[in-house]
Design a protein. Structure first.
Length: 126
């Protein structure tokens, strides 16, 4: 039996729900929300959903619309220190926990979000 992707295992709707719950949390944190260029978080929400869908084995809609993800480059204009990383990660992992996914996808996603958030840090704060 062939191994299936996380996308196939969880389904596309899971990613839209995850991102919706994530941005509900972001909207409640004024400092974190201030990093987003749009007052309306819907465009960012759509971009993240399509990115995660593609990353976890779904259609490449994100790349068709936006090109290569280039995450570090896209996040470079925004001051992301370890505090902001922790805030972002708390929102994402809280959303993930709220959906109560089962392993192995949960542990894989948690590890990915930890590593991806660390890679976005571009500012040292004292």
């Amino acid at each position: 039996m062939a191994e299936i992707s996380v996308y196939e295992y969880l389904g596309e709707e899971f990613f839209f729900e995850l991102v919706d719950k994530f941005y509900q949390r972001v909207a409640l944190d004024a400092e974190l929300k201030a990093l987003y260029p749009e007052e309306d978080l819907k465009p960012a929400q759509e971009r993240l959903a399509f990115f995660l869908i593609q990353y976890w084995g779904g259609p490449d809609t994100y790349s068709q619309q936006r090109g290569h993800p280039r995450l570090r480059m896209r996040h470079q204009p925004y001051p992301i220190d370890h505090t902001m990383r922790e805030k972002w990660l708390a929102c994402m992992l809280g959303a993930l926990d709220e959906l109560s996914p089962i392993d192995p996808p949960y542990s894989m996603m948690k590890e990915y979000f930890n590593q991806a958030a660390l890679a976005m840090v571009n500012t040292i704060s004292y």
